[in-house]
Design a protein around this ligand. Structure first.
Ligand code: HEM
Ligand code: HEM
Length: 225
């Protein structure tokens, strides 16, 4: 059996990253629905879960599996530019983890989610629902935060999610590159030697610990008053 050409399944997305993604997608869908319907008790709870999830992902970007780390996917401007040129010439190489443009949308999603959470914490619908920080900050912050949360951030986030899912579907249907299966099973198939992401029982337990720490931090931040 020739080793150099045999197909190898390599772990790219560790279980913590994949779990983060599926919980995030479900919670964000629930947040948009509960916000619009006005199920605010549920809305707040889901918001706190997303807060903890995003904090977890930020930490996991430093201590997680190889391809989940920011240094292994956040591109320098030069790399980003080279990737765009290669795309134009239809010569973009297959990426192992996130491609350089995908990496930008990952950062954009995490950033918008964080803004949505922070603004929600300071929002006040002037009927009966007030975020836990709205009593702690000046009234004009509450006004701005509420306006951002329910008019601007919400729309930006939904648009970026549509772009995100649209791009993933474009890769599958038009470029015949399946990004979805690896986000579920964790593995991609390569013909060459590729660095694998660590995804052991120990690293998964460690991730649980990190998440517990993030959840505790959120608990403290919610009950800050
Ligand atoms: C509210 C909905 C969603 C949000 C907020 C969201 C957010 C994200 C984020 C933050 C990442 C980066 C993953 C990481 O490195 O930690 C990601 C990656 C990914 N998401 Fe989603 N996602 C959503 C829905 C979906 C759906 C419905 C699909 C399936 C069609 C999907 C497919 C993917 C795939 C395939 C990747 C990996 C892309 C790559 O290979 O570079 N996402 N998503
Ligand atoms: C990613 C996380 C979140 C998303 C996507 C989200 C989304 C939404 C949406 C779609 C609405 C309805 C806006 C409208 O009336 O048109 C809303 C309202 C609201 N959300 Fe969130 N939310 C998030 C997190 C939070 C958090 C963490 C809190 C506070 C703990 C919060 C507090 C509120 C409040 C108080 C309102 C009512 C504001 C108003 O309509 O005047 N949200 N949110």
């Amino acid at each position: 059996m020739s080793h150099s050409h045999s197909l190898q399944r390599i772990r790219i997305w560790d279980l913590p990253t994949r779990s983060f993604h599926i919980f995030l997608a479900l919670c964000v869908a629930g947040l948009v629905a509960s916000g619009e319907i006005g199920l605010m008790q549920l809305h707040f709870w889901l918001g706190y879960v997303v807060f903890a999830l995003v904090l977890f992902r930020l930490v996991w970007g430093f201590v997680g599996g190889h391809w989940s780390r920011f240094i292994h996917f956040v591109p320098t401007p030069a790399k980003l530019f080279a990737h765009i040129q290669a795309l134009r010439a239809k010569q973009a190489p297959l990426s192992i983890g996130h491609n350089p443009l995908g990496a930008l949308s990952v950062l954009g999603l995490l950033g918008l989610l964080l803004l949505q959470v922070f603004s929600g914490m300071m929002s006040d619908d002037e009927i009966s629902n007030t975020g836990p920080w709205s009593a702690l900050v000046p009234a004009n912050w509450v006004e701005l935060a509420t306006e951002y949360h329910s008019d601007i951030g919400k729309v930006l986030l939904i648009l970026l999610i549509i772009l995100h899912v649209g791009t993933v579907l474009y890769y599958k249907r038009i470029k015949h590159e399946d990004l979805i299966t690896p986000m579920i099973t964790g593995d991609k198939v390569f013909t060459t030697e590729v660095h694998a992401s660590r995804d052991t029982r120990t690293s998964r337990l460690f991730a649980l610990g990190v998440f517990a720490g993030c959840a505790y931090l959120v608990y403290r931040l919610v009950n800050i008053a």
